[in-house]
Every structure is written in structure tokens, then in C-alpha cells.
Ligand binder design. Structure first.
Ligand SMILES: *Cc1c(COP(=O)(O)O)cnc(C)c1O
Length: 376
């Protein structure tokens, strides 16, 4: 299968990303705005390309973590609103104005400086305010009165959205998320009474969408994981899922060499694996420097010739060895699948993550830029 000249690459299905977006759209209905989360290079899928796909699907908002990520989208011609969720405001003010980015203010202490900066602009600078409704990370814990007072003292900035974030969205064995919704709604209502009535309210990523926590949708949601085809498994007594998505990425690696080892031979760094039988190994052009977790050493799998086969020994920086004794068709120059499916066999990021003792988000974001992105 000679699709690309690369050593290791990911194939990303534009149509699957579009379909995942349309499914999120169908789940939340036409009245809820979707801020498509494309931070961390769209979880490894390529933020510019994914944003272009989603703009064609009608997306009017994107969410990123840093101003730099927002600037990259603007430079690529993305016209939709861009929410910068987690950057250091004093350092990014200039770029907010220059590239029309909407910052998230997470501490009232940041407002005076932002206001002073915005006073020099032709129009008020729009921003979203993050509320800590129980996550215990970014977000203000101030009362409605304190927030309203701080807003009144900052006339050159305009509150366009009120947001919060769940700590345990997939855990239905506790009432923590319900408590967060109540805290957010209470503050939101108190602010409304004080005349603070922003256009957008949002606190839901993928999980509250997938499990239909409708009271947490308000009029905007922020899905990331779902756009890339993943839903976290819920714990406890979760309602049925209302969202179907499928992975959009397949990760391939070239076979650099194939060779036969006798029984009892050691494989790779530290001799971590000893062959029990005469073994044919294939050495792949991908390693932990490409994002294949080192923790998959001696425990992960790849798909070779449509069969799931084990990784032998240490995943090294640029190379990984697999057992192809039972895959006669595998030859140098061929390719194998690290993530994705071939025939009956498949490995998704959640399975790889479980093997590596991490989470699917980490696996996806961990695919390095040296792995070529190919859009199909
Ligand atoms: C990453 C992120 C999201 C998206 O979460 P998913 O679980 O990937 O849908 C939403 N909101 C904030 C604040 C985030 O940082």
C-alpha cells in the first residue's frame, strides 16, 4: 500500500471530522452555539485544517488555549470567532486586538489592565469570564456583586460570555457536576439581576453533550474530544449516550527492516525482550520521539498485515520492533498501523492509552509534528 513517501504519518479523514461535528450539531440542536475546541493542534489532527473543515460545516466559533494558537488560525484565514481559553492576559493583549481574538478572563485582577489596554482601541474588547464553579483550577470564585463591580469599573471591555468547566463530567457516581451546574446557574442569575447579561453561557465539553446533561448546555458548548471521534466512558449511573462519533485518524509507520532471530535472542535496549521461538521481527520507523508512548515497551500492539501483533522490547526514540512471525506479507518498505484499523483488527487511542497508563487525550496530543499529517 504505497500511499505516501513518509516514514511515519497520520491519515486524517476530513469527512469523519465533518461527520462528528454534524453529529454534535444534531445532538445539541440548532439553538446551541458550538465552539469547536481545536487547541493543541486540534488534538494532533492539525488545527488549521480541522478549522477549515469545520468552517465549511458552518462553525462560527473556535476555542484554543493560547493566543499563539489563535494567531495561527487567523493567519490561515479562519474568520470565525476564536476564544483563547488559557493564556496569560498581560502578555497577549496586543495580539488579542491585532488578530481579533476573544480572551477568557479568569481572575478579576486581570480586568483593570485589560481595560486600560482596550481604552486605546476603537471598539470595546470582547471577552468571556471564567467562573470556578467547583473545578478548583482557573476561574474566579468571586460573588456576583464583586464581579458586577469589577465589570462596571472596566468600561472598555465587553462581557460576551460567562463560562465554567467541569472537573468530573463523566463521573455519575457523585453529585459534583450537578453542584457545579447549580453554582454556575446561581451566579449567572445573580449577575443577571445586577444587569450583567452576556450573549453566551457555556460549561460543557464532550461528556456533558454525549450524556445529554442538557441543563449544562446553556446556549453554547465546547466539544473537543468528540470532534476527533472519542467519548469518555461514564462512571456510575449515566443516562444513555445521545452522540455517536468515530475516530478520524489512522497512524501508520513504515517497516524499515525485517529479520529473523533465533529462539533466545534479546531484542533492543536493555534486552527487555527475549524471543521464545524463532521470531521474525520488523523494525518500524516510529518511536517515542514521534509520540508512541515509551510505556508501550513490551506491552503495546501494532497491526501488521491485518493482524494485531505485539511490540517487542523497548520503544526507542525513533524505532520500534514488532513480532511479524505470523505476518508473511510484511516486508521492508511496507507499512503497519499504530492507530486505526486494518481488516478485522483495530487499535484506538483509548486502547493505546490504557496500555500506556495514560488517557486518549494524551495519546492524540502526543503525536509529534514530525509525524506527517495527510488529509484524505
Ligand atoms: C479542552 C477543553 C474543552 C474540550 O473538552 P473535551 O472533553 O475534549 O470535549 C472544553 N473546555 C475547556 C475549558 C477545555 O480546556
Amino acid at each position: 500500500m504505497e500511499t505516501t513517501p513518509y516514514r511515519t504519518w497520520v491519515e486524517i479523514s476530513r469527512e469523519q471530522i465533518a461527520r462528528n461535528y454534524r453529529n454534535v450539531r444534531a445532538a445539541v440542536g440548532p439553538d446551541v452555539e458550538i465552539a469547536a475546541v481545536v487547541k493543541s493542534d486540534a488534538y494532533g489532527h492539525g488545527a488549521v485544517e480541522v478549522s477549515r473543515i469545520l468552517e465549511r460545516e458552518g462553525a462560527r466559533w473556535f476555542a484554543v488555549s493560547t493566543a499563539e494558537e489563535g494567531i495561527a488560525l487567523r493567519r490561515a484565514g479562519i474568520a470565525a470567532d476564536i476564544l483563547v481559553m488559557a493564556d496569560s492576559l498581560p502578555f497577549i493583549q496586543e495580539s488579542l486586538a491585532e488578530f481579533r481574538l476573544t480572551p477568557v478572563v479568569h481572575a478579576l485582577e486581570d480586568l483593570p489592565a485589560l481595560d486600560e489596554f482596550a481604552a486605546r482601541l476603537a471598539a470595546p474588547l470582547k471577552f468571556h469570564l471564567k467562573i470556578d464553579s467547583g473545578m478548583g483550577r482557573l476561574g474566579t470564585r468571586s460573588s456576583a456583586a464583586t464581579i458586577a463591580y469589577a465589570l462596571a469599573a472596566a468600561p472598555h471591555v465587553a462581557l460576551d460570555g460567562l463560562m465554567s468547566h467541569f472537573a468530573s463530567a463523566a463521573d455519575y457516581s457523585t453529585a459534583r457536576s450537578d453542584k457545579q451546574v447549580r453554582a454556575f446557574n446561581r451566579l449567572s442569575a445573580d449577575l443577571r439581576k445586577l444587569g450583567v447579561n452576556p450573549a453566551h453561557r457555556h460549561m460543557s465539553g464532550t461528556t456533558p453533550i454525549a450524556y445529554a446533561r442538557r441543563e449544562a448546555w446553556h446556549n453554547m458548548v465546547r466539544p473537543g474530544h468528540a470532534l476527533y471521534g472519542y467519548l469518555s466512558m461514564a462512571r456510575g449511573d449515566a443516562p444513555p449516550r445521545i452522540l455517536e462519533v468515530a475516530p478520524a485518524i489512522a497512524w501508520k509507520a513504515r517497516v524499515l527492516a525485517v529479520k529473523d532471530l533465533p529462539a533466545g535472542a534479546l531484542v533492543g535496549y536493555g534486552g527487555m525482550f527475549r524471543t521464545e521461538r524463532a521470531t521474525r521481527i520488523a523494525i518500524l520507523g516510529a518511536g517515542y520521539a514521534d509520540g508512541l508512548p515509551h510505556r508501550l515497551s513490551n506491552r503495546g500492539n501494532a497491526i501488521a498485515g491485518g493482524k494485531l501483533v505485539p511490540i517487542l522490547g523497548a520503544v526507542s526514540m525513533d524505532l520500534t520492533t514488532i513480532d511479524v512471525t505470523d505476518c508473511p506479507a510484511i516486508a521492508p518498505g511496507g507499512c503497519v498501523t499504530l492507530l486505526g484499523s486494518e481488516g478485522e483488527a483495530s487499535i484506538n487511542a483509548q486502547e493505546m492509552a490504557r496500555m500506556a497508563g495514560t488517557i486518549s487525550y494524551d495519546v492524540l496530543c502526543g503525536i509529534r509534528t514530525r509525524v506527517k499529517r495527510v488529509y484524505v
